[in-house]
Ligand binder design. Structure first.
Ligand code: FES
Length: 66
């Protein structure tokens, strides 16, 4: 699914960047090539990042506990 129409960024790309350690939507966009343009997607992108980071953090905690 496209999250950012201005830049053509998909949710899977944003999620992958979050799993690599990016925590901020604007920094993620910049790393993908272009920062936000109209900005209407940034809240959605940040939500995707937060959810992906939450899952990654939970997996790390489970691995550490084993
Ligand atoms: S839709 Fe993402 S910056 Fe415009």
């Amino acid at each position: 699914m496209y999250v950012c129409i201005c830049n053509g960024y998909r949710d899977c790309e944003i999620r992958q960047m979050a799993q690599q350690g990016f925590t901020c939507a604007v920094e993620t966009y910049t790393a993908l090539g272009n920062g936000p343009s109209c900005g209407s997607c940034v809240d959605t992108a940040q939500q995707i990042i937060d959810e992906a980071r939450c899952g990654a953090d939970a997996a790390t905690s489970l691995a550490a506990a084993e």
